[in-house]
Design a protein around this ligand. Structure first.
Ligand code: T3D
Length: 255
């Protein structure tokens, strides 16, 4: 029931493939809607999402031939980009952006709102916006200075330099860069790890990290106490401790 993405679920892992390879998986209106629809209401058995691109790119950002590019950008961002970004940011399972090739413009920033970004060595990140007279959007001006610091964020935005995956990892923009030949295997292993993990703890980590940017230390200590209180009442915590004491691997259910 999707035209611009492929979406499938297997072994608790949902795989969302941006699928317009002839335009480097550029985001048009329909693709934004389909990403939003696929991620906004996941079934409970999904415990990890992998978002990746088909062909040689991850995503080239806004489709520059799409009508939206010519109309009011403010409205497009509010009505179409924001829901898509929220669907990723607030997804009911942790999201891995598996960046297989170039991630440009909003395509780069779509990856950066995932919980974890893993990129193949041949991938690159480019805040392409100033090349066409725009400013970075899709959360880029919020995420980038937090990930890399102001100097690098400003440089990448002003010059629209293409940053190779390894440099992005060295700069703290993404978690991991890996050899192209190992990429699929590493992504699959990471996804399996998360899909078999304590899902509600992962979601609480997401919340704590996100709120940390607006909190002072005391507020953050209070938030940690509240979230840890929840985690401490979870089945997975009981199982984790029991497995430790019995010297076996825990079997987490995500609850
Ligand atoms: O609402 C709003 O509009 C505001 C929102 C803005 C958000 C944004 O994302 S603005 C930024 C938009 N994106 C860009 O400016 C990037 C444009 N693309 C590129 O700079 C390059 O294509 C890449 C760096 C991504 C890849 O370069 P390369 O040399 O590997 O490939 P290519 O030959 O340039 O692209 C291959 C094809 O994909 C080509 O079509 P063709 O010639 O084979 O028929 C190219 O036109 C097409 N393509 C690539 N990116 C886009 C695109 N078509 C439409 N929209 C694109 N963004």
């Amino acid at each position: 029931s999707y035209q611009t993405i492929q979406f499938g679920i297997s072994d608790g892992i949902a795989t969302l493939i941006l699928n317009r390879p002839e335009v480097m998986n550029a985001l048009n209106r329909q693709m934004r809607a389909e990403i939003t629809r696929a991620l906004a209401t996941l079934s409970q058995d999904v415990r990890c999402v992998v978002m990746t691109g088909s062909g040689r790119a991850f995503c080239s950002g806004q489709d520059l031939t799409d009508a939206a590019a010519a109309t009011d950008l403010e409205t497009t961002l509010r009505d179409e980009y924001e829901p898509m970004l929220h669907a990723v940011m607030n997804c009911s399972a942790p999201v891995i952006a598996a960046v297989n090739g170039v991630a440009a413009g909003a395509g780069a920033n779509l990856a950066l709102v995932a919980d974890v970004v893993i990129a193949a060595e041949n991938a690159s990140f480019v805040q392409a916006f100033t090349r066409i007279g725009l400013i970075p959007d899709a959360g880029g001006t919020w995420m980038m200075p937090r990930l890399t610091g102001l100097a690098r964020a400003a440089g990448m935005m002003l010059f629209a330099d293409s940053i190779p995956a390894q440099q992005a990892a060295d700069w703290g923009m993404i978690y991991q860069s890996c050899a192209d030949d190992d990429f699929a295997e590493i992504v699959a292993a990471r996804a399996k790890h998360l899909a078999q993990g304590p899902t509600s703890a992962y979601l609480a980590i997401r919340e704590a990290l996100r709120q940390s940017f607006g909190n002072d230390l005391d507020s953050q200590l209070q938030l940690e106490a509240r979230l840890q209180g929840q985690a401490g009442r979870s089945h997975d915590f009981q199982e984790g401790v029991a497995a430790f004491l019995q010297k076996r691997k825990p079997v987490f259910t995500g609850k």
